[in-house]
Design a protein around this ligand. Structure first.
Ligand code: PSV
Ligand code: MN
Length: 424
């Protein structure tokens, strides 16, 4: 696909330069090196899940937009397109069995040709596959029946094998396991079965791999979820070993949960493994990142930036991924909008004056401390993002280039109007 990045950038350059220069001066006055921030932004990469490239849907309907990728190769091409425009989406995360790489070598080469690597592989024991012996209707790793647990363990081990061939270095486990109604299962048995199953999966992890344990308070079970919160995820990670970590999906919290505090705590104890970005109004709404609570996202990044810089417990690098669903917008545009919000929150967090913040905290000057955060939040940091893209060969305005190149039309012409990508 031809994307006219260069001519687009040339036409927007002088406007960008003026805005960037102004911001550099503003940050300079505050003692912040804009160039260093731009470098950090350029190094920041967010994985795109293979299941988020098509139109999502609700329980009620799905309205496909056309030109959706029909196979893994086309999904890689879509992520490659996003990466070419943004230079921020340098990784792809696969969900097995939605996306089984038939020829791992070829798939790996194709991804590399787009400058993409494979991030965490994800197992799926929340749906039954036509060829499986036991059903997961009443759970998988938590199941009361050892044969069901064994089948789910073996699936996870098989997912690791796929990941190994692709150069992946982590496995993410999210379980739908839980109880729909009081009395359905014994909490302790369900928890300990899950722990023992995870230990067996962990035992099959290559030495340079990590296990990410994702939590979620409810859905699809509405009475109880076995791994309901970060505390449970942390207990399980600790039960497995050093290379097991908690995964924070922003949509997997009850309303008003202080997610930034969870992030701070997990970083302090060295157990923050990965992030699934999205936004929500009510529950696990899987909306575009930053569309509803941009201030919360900024506060999360503040904890990430500070926590990583003051890495007490030697927390390993964090895996970042977007886990959103696109019901109304073009999935590729939606993903680029999410990337912009993520980078914006990160850039703002990088402009916080930590010396002044420390002093205000030591003085118990509540107003000053809060004002320091708000000053960073209120700064329009978008010129930093544009500069980062310019320096790394991306587009000043990724969505503008995408639209002007009539990329979606080209995809529809190539793939058809009625294609449906695998996923939920
Ligand atoms: C579950 O809601 C989740 O967030 C998990 O990460 C799954 O793997 C993903 O969504 C895909 O549906
Ligand atoms: Mn998730």
């Amino acid at each position: 696909m031809h994307l006219d990045i260069d001519s687009h950038n040339a036409s927007g350059l002088s406007k960008h330069e003026k805005r960037f220069e102004f911001l550099v001066g503003q940050l300079n006055d505050a003692g912040i090196d804009a160039s260093a921030v731009v470098e950090r932004l350029s190094a920041f990469q967010v994985a795109i899940p293979s299941w988020a490239l098509g139109t999502g849907g609700t329980r009620f309907a799905r309205f496909p937009g056309g030109g959706e990728p029909r196979n893994l190769e086309e999904k890689i091409a879509d992520v490659g397109l996003i990466h070419a425009l943004t230079r921020t989406a340098g990784a792809i995360s696969l969900h097995i069995p939605w996306d089984i790489p038939e020829d791992a070598h070829a798939i790996r080469e194709l991804a590399a040709s787009h400058d993409l690597r494979f991030d965490a592989v994800n197992s799926n024991t929340f749906q039954d596959q036509s060829d499986q012996e036991h059903s997961y209707k009443f759970g998988s790793l938590c199941h009361m029946n050892a044969s069901v647990r064994q089948q789910a363990i073996e699936h996870n081990l098989a997912v690791i094998e796929y990941g190994k061939d692709l150069g992946s270095r982590s496995l993410t486990v999210w379980l739908a396991d839980g109880a729909g109604f009081p009395g359905q299962h014994n909490f302790r048995h369900a928890l300990f079965n899950t722990r023992d199953s995870l230990r067996q999966i962990y035992a099959g992890l290559p030495a340079d791999w990590r296990l990410f344990i994702e939590y979620k308070p409810y859905e699809p079970n509405f009475y109880a979820t076995v791994i309901q919160d970060w505390g449970t995820s942390h207990f399980l990670a600790q039960s497995c070993g050093e290379r097991a970590h908690c995964l924070v999906d922003l949509g997997h919290h009850l309303p008003n949960t202080n997610i930034e505090q969870i992030v701070a705590t997990l970083l302090a104890v060295g157990r923050l493994g990965g992030f699934h970005f999205n936004d929500s109004k009510f529950g696990d709404d899987d909306l575009t990142v930053g569309s509803i609570k941009p201030y919360q996202l900024f506060l999360i990044f503040h904890e990430l930036v500070w926590g990583m810089a003051n890495n007490l417990a030697d927390n390993p690098p964090i895996s970042y991924m977007i886990d959103a669903s696109h019901n109304l917008k073009d999935p590729l545009e939606d993903l680029m909008q999410s990337l912009e919000s993520i980078l914006e929150a990160y850039a703002r967090a990088l402009t916080i004056d930590h010396v002044a913040l420390d002093a205000a905290q030591m003085d118990n000057d509540v107003l000053a401390a809060e004002a320091i955060l708000q000053a960073a939040f209120r700064t329009d940091v978008r010129p930093l993002l544009r500069e980062s893209r310019l320096r790394t060969g991306g587009a000043l305005d990724p969505i503008g280039v995408y639209r002007d190149s009539t990329a979606r039309k080209q995809l529809i012409r190539e793939r058809g109007d009625k294609t449906i990508a695998t996923g939920l």
